[in-house]
Design a protein around this ligand. Structure first.
Ligand SMILES: Nc1ncnc2c1ncn2[C@@H]1O[C@H](COP(=O)(O)OP(=O)(O)OP(=O)(O)O)[C@@H](O)[C@H]1O
Ligand SMILES: [Mg+2]
Length: 201
């Protein structure tokens, strides 16, 4: 199962992702992907992250590759090293996005690595950065579930609706979408309840 977690800042995306990962670990190996440049999924999972995919991407562009090694082999080895391996969960931390250089080639290599890597796991859970850029950049696609986390505030619920609308507009191959209400402390007000019903969130 492939699940991505999305939503407004501070609503509990990383917490929800970590809890889901902990449940899915009972069922088979999980690949946890921290796609937030301000990474902290590792902390929530109790896994130490030393370097990120972003660091490797920079390395491939800026540094000399060891003699006798091709760039793609080097990148594959380094990405493999970046993967933090746990009991039933491995963690890949994406880190900062690309800088101003030309990243087509490392991104192409990264895509190939990820496509191959995903096949080793029963479940993949992606914790995203707040907002919608991961949708507009189409890095969130081909999912079983897109879970949008919201607290009971109107701003957060509206952000959840915008995420749903954009994800539908962009035709991202998302099979199911769900709203996760966090920090409800007694649930929604009748007005909010009615709004959620009406919008179909
Ligand atoms: N239901 C909850 N009850 C109490 N505290 C919570 C709850 N959910 C999350 N938190 C706390 O709120 C803070 C923000 O949660 P979290 O980091 O999961 O949010 P986030 O949406 O991932 O934030 P960001 O947008 O910065 O990535 C954390 O300190 C977390 O422990
Ligand atoms: Mg987070």
């Amino acid at each position: 199962m492939t699940i991505a977690v999305s939503g407004k800042g501070g609503t509990g995306k990383t917490t929800v992702a970590a809890l889901i990962i902990r449940e899915l670990m009972r069922d088979g190996p999980v690949l946890a992907v921290d796609a937030d440049p301000n990474s902290n999924l590792g902390e929530q999972l109790g896994m130490d992250v030393e370097e990120t995919v972003g660091d490797i991407r920079e390395e491939v562009i800026e540094r000399e590759i060891p003699p006798g090694m091709t760039k793609d082999r080097y990148m594959e080895l380094r990405l493999q090293e970046t993967l933090v391996e746990g009991e039933s969960v491995d963690l890949l931390t994406m880190g900062r996005p690309e800088g101003p250089g030309c990243y087509c080639y490392p991104n192409y290599l990264l895509r190939a690595f990820l496509d191959k890597l995903v096949g080793n796991y029963k479940h993949v859970v992606v914790d995203n950065e707040a907002g919608m850029e991961h949708l507009s950049r189409r890095t969130t696609r081909d999912l079983d579930w897109l879970l949008v986390v919201s607290d009971p505030s109107v701003a957060s619920l509206k952000a959840a609706l915008r995420i749903r609308e954009l994800s539908e507009k962009l035709k991202l191959g998302i099979r199911k979408k769900g709203l996760v209400l966090n920090r409800t402390d007694g649930g929604l007000s009748p007005l909010q309840e009615e709004w959620v019903e009406r919008t179909g969130l």
